[in-house]
Design a protein around this ligand. Structure first.
Ligand SMILES: NC(=O)c1ccc[n+]([C@@H]2O[C@H](COP(=O)([O-])OP(=O)(O)OC[C@H]3O[C@@H](n4cnc5c(N)ncnc54)[C@H](O)[C@@H]3O)[C@@H](O)[C@H]2O)c1
Ligand SMILES: [Zn+2]
Length: 1615
């Protein structure tokens, strides 16, 4: 393809046509650049998100074009990390140095391919490189296209702020290839749309209309391809849109819209290159937007803040009287329709910013430093109407006006205290009724002639209706008076099939009315049918009765997705038939109105019969009929709910005023009543059919007002203030919504005669208990706050009037329960309450009267002030932060555990093991089934078939898990593999989980399972292959389980079995898992700041695949207290490249990785999925995927789950609710330096993390040592709180990693790379801590004699060395323990000692404490030092322990098949000190029958006596075959030179484990003998090492690097 095959559009800027737009421009761009910007070096810079998608293509094309045009040039490419952090001095330096080192000269052209970050950075580099070289912008985000690439502003960020260093440097060309937008994340697209909409709003109404109407088309043009799926094929061959003739209408619209927006920016820049007045216009939405952005960035994007800013600034203009409300509504709706937020109160926004509160004063504070301000007035762009600003520059606005718009609450001041008093007479039109607006629109469009419709309600409903009627070609519409009047040129009922779907969002009325309208279309055109659809919520709202009636009438309607719901397709077949139509009208009166409204246009006169008993909402049907009549159509009412309608065409009058919403009208009328003034509401009068229209006559008049009502207007004059009269009893059943208005008036009544009853009783309003809130209770509560006596009646409310002067506004204000009617009625009351009343949540009025506050102030003359009672940033302090009670579902650990999983995964074997571990019983559902039905499963299936079996199986499951079932507690219940096949069973399992039970999914590698099952030909197969079965079931297993255990086996034996040693390992893993999930042993790190062994650390694994590095795992983890699995860094080695992060096979991969890790490492696991914006690799836009993955961390029983606090509170809370025993590590990584340690913002982050986390992790970026100082101050201020990990990234931040002492992330030399810049190894941290005085070097000793050949110095010094500890272990040889006294008691640097013969007992006199173990054994072999706080004084204590028994246990236990199930009998030989340790070790391992033999029997008896209180020791007089004992474990403690051997019969019964404490030679005669008998052997040297390792761990509080210690000790031993 050549460049001439591409059609482009051009925009001129600064006198040259250098902005070029089109689709698929790669070729075009490259040719244009090479031909018109000749250079010897082309430097293309982009980011890592874009490079994989586009870079190769560009480089290839560059090379090709150079070659074909016979030019030579060097091509350099550079791929930078995405994100704002890249716009730094550092990146600029790096790139410059790189180019200079490559001898790149002046003869260079830069190509910036990326978003604003790349554009700004590369532009600035080009501006200063060799004093300025040409550059080209290839913007790839919408924001960059319409904004940052145009205008020549380039910049980088510094710690002091964004964009502070930069230059004006115009690009030679700006190429906008709109194809880039296809891969842009949706949120980023919306981000750019904010600027597009902003520009249209200030510049051009027609452009704005295109945006309003083009939402679907524009989204379709860009967002129809999933970035992960965009294949090369698509890119290469489908060059749709490159040529004009291949462009879709959607592409044309997209281009049009971007062209227009870029055009405006280019024009403004051309007129005003260096920022004067005109360019300032583009700042619309940015003044307030920036104020917000400064507080919430980076949680909200720039465009999102600007979007909110635009709405606020438009409201400001409306408030000041420059902009009409319709325009504000249009702007807000347009922004929202592109997915942008329009208020800080939206759930979507709250989810993003968490509990961060944007106080008005904080926003104002930021705005104060805007360079465009004038004193205490600010400059803000004010809109005059859509497409036009008030002045050709930003306007000056007073602070108080801005505050009023921003404030969440309204202070309403009493008119009595106003200098001018209340306005004596007012006249106004209140907002149109929604029901009437929709009907009027439809009738006028179907009618004949032109009508000016006034007072139309502008809401989503009417907006969708209007758009649909336009698409149907029903009528032509025009706006007049700035959108206040709608002119409808009726089409007389002619309709066409629209060329796109009709979308009605969640607008109920529009969807129902339009359904019948579609059947009116006579015939198809190029489009075969008309489609009506809505949003997800709409698609769940039923319209079946209407569809049934219309179909029975001959209409051809098909539900596209679900029968009886939207979307529907209507195929024209001659129009609406008419005749007799039966309709069930008990669900919605809108069905009835829908048919009635279209009935005059039917082919035959319609006779509509309503069936199904009670007709709902008759008044709305009456309203429809009345309106039809006023447009000239007659509806005849026949008995039995039947209506007859003659054919006709609606005749449009020249003007039609939509009647006001009668409930809304009560507020201004009540205001006149309470303030003694006169108010006329036009557009509602006696002819109204709305019940609330009688409010003036039936309520206000009896209360003492003068009421004059014409057919279409109502005028009320109140009595002098304070003279409203109570209504002893009034039934408001026909106007229930108006009872709130009546209630506030009742609060200020006075009786006609003094002393008479002053009570108003309102009844007939019971339905108001179930409105937006319980309105009766709410009114009672809020009125009481004013000191008014009020109480509830069975179906109403009773209020005692009170003198106005005695009313007291509640200090914190009126709470509105998010109910517009409460807000409006209390603002009526507030207009007389002394000193002013705060009305909270002022925005809630927008539901029916968006401009209520403006109207109250400007039209009704009530003064208002903005108030914000929320907390300012500066007030937020640690202690004051709200504590939120976290909801965690409570587990009932005694509830039975249900085991599910595929056949062959080991449900029985592992299930039985689980039962043993937990002390539960085991039951198999199949057995239960067979026992209760008295038949075998096999026979049952043969007789009854699978379906019946599944039903009975579900019944069995239900019975087993029933509340009163004996199996309900303390059982492990194993299920058949197919249990998840039926929804019933799945439901039962889910209920079990919900009730606090556990459903454990067992998985194994599928190939292994198949291999295993195939081994056994006797077991019947399903006839269905395993892979298919697994693929069908796996999502079900996952859906119902709350735990999953991956039984990982490295391989199988040749005959398909799991090797016994692997089973042992799997069982061990399962034991750990069960201990964890049942809360018995949670393996969490002790983070107590007083513990031995600070700092605690965790090592971050950065490999892509642990399988490749299993051999090094132990080394990598040495010294660490926990290990972090960085899930986001794992890379599934797969042949299905499209597999997304949350796909099933990916989850299986992660699960396997985790089980491999656990197989090799006992440390607690921190399960982390780090997102890109938080320095990780996981997508920032896939919250669902993120939390899906995190929830697996909990299911797999990870000890910790790292959860970023940036995600939505809904997602976070649901994770926490299901976390089980896992602890949440709530983390925040401040890559952009938005939250310095001394800022208020970091407190907010801390509070957020504190709220959700069990531990808190805050990570900053340090650029100087000062940043670490600030961190330490912060850390100190938080001491005593939850465990806090606080560190700075970057080389400058290393000090913080040295000081942090709770779970510092560390790296290890054997890892492929560090997880974060500046990360240190444990050894590095120790060395640094030593140097700065946090870790003094200690001396350790071996005390005893003879000790010259001891292995201990090698052992301990190796350990110290490997971990990087500065300590030293030496020999202190002495015959008398007193020689060691000085070392033990005097030397401050004493760290601990090993004690050996002959001082193990004598040394006790120096000790402050001896452990239970040492007491029982009667000897001390280890001394450690503890510091305790006694009355504020740090006191040193020496503690004695014995680790000899531990040495035995640690070696013997792992050799047992099942340590939970130790052998019955054990034997100890000898009776010296070591024998004592042997006895104790056997006892500790749970061996209950312990025999003792010694050559001198008497000594054995003596020893037995000493142990008598603890255990039963059986002394053997001889070992000959008379003694029929079967020991499973033998410990020999006699010296090697004794040459002892044991009689054969002792090895008889079982293959046991023997441990010989003598260790010269390594394999003693005794061990050799036992080995020949098939016993497992433990060598004395091994025990020696293990007891030493145990000492090491007591002293250091760390896991010893066992492998390396062992290696060194054995090396020395061999010497
Ligand atoms: N110079 C100016 O006049 C001006 C004006 C406005 C904004 N800015 C600057 O622009 C920057 C913001 O620009 P931005 O919003 O374009 O952000 P950005 O450059 O950070 O891009 C946003 C994200 O989208 C990704 N991305 C970009 N194009 C993509 C594509 N086609 N497909 C998939 N992913 C894609 C990027 O990798 C990045 O992760 C800020 O630094 C701001 O200061 C400058
Ligand atoms: Zn902007």
């Amino acid at each position: 393809m050549s460049a001439s095959d591409t059609d482009v559009s051009k925009v001129s800027i600064l006198g040259s046509e250098s902005i070029i737009l089109g689709f698929h421009l790669t070729d075009y761009i490259v040719r244009d650049v090479i031909n018109n910007i000749p250079a010897s070096n082309y430097v293309l810079i982009t980011d890592t998100n874009l490079a994989p998608l586009y870079l190769d293509k560009y480089v290839e094309t560059l090379e090709q074009v150079l070659e074909t045009s016979n030019k030579t040039a060097r091509i350099f490419t550079r791929v930078l990390p995405p994100g704002e952090l890249t716009k730094s001095r550092k990146t600029k330096d790096d790139i410059e140095d790189w180019l200079l080192s490559n001898a790149v000269t002046r003869d260079t052209c830069f190509l910036a391919m990326g978003g604003g970050v790349i554009g700004d950075l590369v532009g600035f580099i080009a501006a200063t490189f060799m004093r300025g070289v040409p550059f080209v912008q290839i913007p790839t985000t919408l924001l960059a296209m319409v904004d940052s690439s145009i205008g020549g502003k380039t910049a980088i960020d510094t710690p002091a702020g964004k964009n502070l260093i930069g230059a004006f440097w115009q690009p030679k060309r700006i190429f906008m290839d709109l194809i880039f937008l296809k891969t842009l994340p949706e949120r980023e697209f919306a981000n750019g749309m904010a600027e597009v909409i902003k520009t249209a709003a200030i510049w051009s109404e027609p452009d704005f209309v295109k945006l309003e109407n083009g939402v679907e088309a524009i989204k379709q043009a860009v967002l129809n391809s999933d970035p992960t799926n965009s294949s090369d094929d698509e890119y290469d061959y489908v060059l749709q849109g490159a040529k004009l003739e291949t462009r879709t209408p959607e592409q044309n619209l997209l281009l049009d819209v971007i062209l227009a927006s870029a055009g405006v920016k280019a024009h403004v820049v051309t007129e005003d290159e260096r920022e004067g007045g005109l360019r300032g216009l583009l700042n619309f939405g940015h003044s307030i937007g920036h104020g917000i952005e400064a507080l919430v960035s980076p949680l909200l994007l720039h465009g999102e803040c600007v979007s909110i800013g635009c709405v606020k600034e438009a409201e400001l203009s409306r408030n000041l009287g420059h902009l009409n409300p319709v325009s504000v509504g249009r702007l807000a709706r347009c922004l929202a329709s592109y997915g942008l937020p329009i208020s800080l109160d939206e759930k979507k926004v709250k989810d993003r910013i968490g509990n961060l509160y944007c106080h008005v004063d904080d926003i104002m504070q930021v705005m104060k430093v805007d360079k465009k301000n004038q004193g205490d007035k600010k400059r803000i762009v004010l809109l005059a109407k859509i497409g036009q600003t008030l002045e050709p520059r930003a306007s000056v606005v007073a602070d108080t006006d801005i505050e009023k718009v921003l404030a969440p609450e309204q202070l309403v001041l009493p008119v009595t205290e106003s200098p001018n008093g209340p306005k004596k007479t007012v006249e106004l039109t209140t907002p149109g009724s929604k029901s009437i607006s929709n009907r009027a629109l439809l009738i006028a469009a179907l009618g004949q002639g032109t009508v000016r419709v006034k007072n139309l309600l502008h809401s989503d409903d009417t907006q969708f209706m209007l758009a649909a009627l336009q698409d149907l070609g029903a009528a032509d519409f025009e706006w007049e008076d700035n959108g206040e009047t709608l002119i409808v040129h009726g089409g007389g009922g002619k309709l066409r099939v629209p060329n796109k779907e009709i979308y009605v969002g969640n607008a109920g009325t529009a969807s129902r009315f339009l359904t019948t309208v579609l059947t009116m279309i006579q015939s198809a055109n190029e489009n075969p049918h008309a489609i009506l659809t809505g949003n997800a919520r709409m698609k769940q709202r039923p319209i079946a009765p209407l569809l049934t009636a219309l179909k029975a009438n001959g209409a051809q309607i098909n539900s596209i997705e679900k029968e009886g719901f939207l979307p529907i397709a209507v195929t024209p077949n001659g129009g609406f038939k008419g005749g007799r139509i039966e309709l069930a009208a008990s669900i919605s009166s809108q069905y009835v109105s829908s048919i009635l409204l279209c009935a005059p246009y039917a082919v035959e006169p319609v006779e509509l019969v309503l069936t199904g008993g009670q007709v709902i909402s008759q008044p709305y049907i009456d309203m429809t009929i009345a309106m039809m009549e006023s447009f000239g159509a007659h509806v005849e009412r026949l008995p039995n709910n039947t209506y007859r309608i003659q054919q006709t065409v609606y005749q449009n009058p020249s003007d039609y005023v939509v009647e006001s919403d009668a409930s809304s009208a009560t507020y201004p009328l009540a205001l006149a009543a309470i303030t003694g003034t006169t108010c006329t509401v036009t557009s509602i009068g006696s002819s109204s059919l709305q019940g609330d229209a009688t409010f003036a006559i039936n309520v206000l008049r009896p209360m003492g007002c003068k009421v004059v009502q014409t057919e279409t207007s109502t005028t009320v004059t109140g009595p002098p203030i304070g003279q409203l009269r109570p209504l002893p009893s009034i039934d408001m059943e026909t106007m229930t919504d108006a009872f709130l208005t009546a209630s506030v008036l009742a609060a200020v009544t006075s009786p006609q005669q003094a002393g008479a009853e002053n009570i108003t009783r309102i009844t007939g309003i019971a339905n108001q208990r179930v409105k937006e809130c319980n309105r009766i209770a709410a009114m009672v509560h809020e009125l009481t706050k004013f000191g008014v006596k009020a109480s509830e009646l069975p179906d109403g409310i009773q209020i005692t009037g009170r003198a106005i002067k005695d009313l007291k506004a509640p200090k914190e204000g009126v709470h509105c329960y998010d109910d517009h009617r409460i807000a409006m009625s209390f603002s009526v009351l507030a207009s007389v309450v002394p000193n002013g009343t705060i009305v909270q949540e002022k925005k809630c009025v927008e539901k029916t009267w968006p401009t209520w506050w403006d109207d109250l102030e400007r039209k009704l003359g009530v003064r208002l002030n903005g108030v914000d009672q929320g907390k300012r940033l500066s007030e937020l302090d640690h202690s004051g932060s709200q504590k939120v009670v976290r909801r965690t579902s409570t587990m009932d650990h005694s509830k039975s555990i249900v085991i599910i999983g595929m056949r062959g995964v080991g449900k029985t074997t592992l299930g039985q093991h689980a039962a043993e571990v937990l002390g539960f019983q085991f039951v198999d559902i199949d057995h239960y089934f067979e026992a209760t039905l008295k038949t075998s499963v096999f026979d049952f299936i043969n007789t009854w078939g699978w379906e019946q079996f599944r039903i009975k199986e579900a019944e069995a499951l239900r019975a087993v898990l029933a509340k009163d079932s004996p199996y309900g507690r303390n059982y492990v219940v194993s299920c058949g593999g197919g249990i998840v096949e039926t929804p019933e069973s799945r439901q039962i399992l889910k209920e079990h989980v919900r009730a606090g039970g556990k459903v454990l999914h067992l998985v194994r590698d599928l190939d292994q399972v198949i291999q295993y099952l195939n081994r056994d030909k006797t077991r019947p197969m399903f006839g269905e292959d395993m892979v298919t079965v697994w693929n069908r079931r796996r999502s079900w297993y996952r859906e119902v389980c709350n735990y999953e255990f991956v039984a990982y086996a490295e391989g199988l034996t040749d005959d398909g079995w799991v090797a016994p040693t692997e089973w042992v390992a799997i069982k061990k893993d399962l034991t750990r898992f069960l201990y964890f999930i049942s809360g018995r042993q949670t393996n969490h790190v002790d983070t107590n700041p007083a513990r031995v062994g600070l700092p605690t650390t965790f090592v971050s694994l950065t490999m892509k695949d642990l399988r490749k590095t299993v051999d090094r795992l132990e080394e990598i983890c040495e010294g660490a207290d926990a290990v972090e699995l960085r899930v986001d860094l794992l890379e599934q080695p797969t042949d299905e490249p499209s597999s997304s992060s949350s796909s099933s096979s990916y989850i299986e991969y992660v699960g396997e990785q985790l089980s491999i890790l656990r197989r090799h490492i006992d440390l607690p696991v921190i399960y982390t999925v780090r997102s890109k914006s938080q320095a990780g690799a996981f997508s920032d836009y896939d919250e669902n995927g993120m939390f899906e993955l995190l929830s697996w961390g909990a299911r797999w029983g990870c000890e910790y789950i790292d959860m970023e606090t940036i995600w939505s509170s809904t997602a976070i809370e649901s994770l926490i609710a299901n976390k089980g025993q896992s602890l949440i590590l709530a983390s925040w990584h401040d890559l952009l330096r938005q939250t310095p340690w001394d800022s208020k913002a970091i407190q907010v982050k801390y509070d957020l993390a504190e709220r959700y986390g069990d531990l808190i992790k805050l990570v900053g970026v340090a650029e100087s040592m000062q940043d670490n100082m600030a961190l330490e101050t912060f850390r100190t201020s938080r001491s005593g709180g939850k465990p806090l990990i606080a560190i700075n990234m970057g080389a400058a931040g290393q000090l913080s990693r040295v000081i942090n002492d709770c779970l510092t992330p560390i790296t290890h030399a054997a890892l492929p790379h560090k997880a974060a810049p500046g990360q240190l190894s444990l050894a590095e941290i120790y060395r640094a801590r030593h140097l700065i005085g946090l870790l003094p070097a200690k001396k350790f000793w071996l005390i005893g004699t003879p000790i010259q050949h001891s292995m201990s110095p090698t052992l301990h010094n190796t350990g110290f060395d490997v971990l990087g500890l500065p300590h030293h272990y030496g020999l202190l040889e002495c015959h008398m323990v007193e020689y060691a006294e000085e070392a033990l008691l005097q030397d401050e640097s004493f760290g601990g000692a090993s004690v050996t013969i002959p001082h193990k007992v004598a040394v006790m006199k120096y000790l402050d404490e001896v452990t239970e173990n040492a007491k029982v054994i009667g000897a001390v072999n280890t001394i450690s030092v503890r510091y305790v706080n006694q009355n504020g004084v740090k006191v040193r204590k020496l503690v004695g322990e014995n680790t000899d028994y531990l040495g035995i246990m640690r070696r013997v236990q792992p050799l047992m098949l099942d340590p939970n199930n130790p052998p019955e009998q054990g034997l100890v030989i000898g009776s010296g000190g070591t024998a004592r340790a042997g006895l104790y070790a056997l006892y500790k391992m749970g061996i209950r029958k312990i025999y003792l033999w010694n050559r001198t029997v008497a000594k054995a008896y003596e020893l037995k006596k000493q142990f008598d209180t603890l255990m039963d020791v059986h002394v053997l007089d001889s070992l000959d075959d008379q003694t029929s004992i079967e020991p499973g474990v033998i410990v020999s403690t006699v010296p090697a030179d004794s040459g002892i051997l044991l009689p054969d019969h002792l090895y008889g019964g079982i293959r046991g484990i023997i441990c010989d404490m003598a260790y010269k030679p390594r394999r003693t005669k005794l061990l050799l003998q036992a080995e020949r008998k098939g016993w497992s052997c433990v060598e004395g040297i091994e025990v020696l090492i293990s007891q030493g390792v145990a000492q090491f761990e007591i002293w250091t509080g760390k896991h010893a690097p066992v492998q390396k210690i062992e290696h060194q000790v054995l090396k020395k031993y061999e010497l």
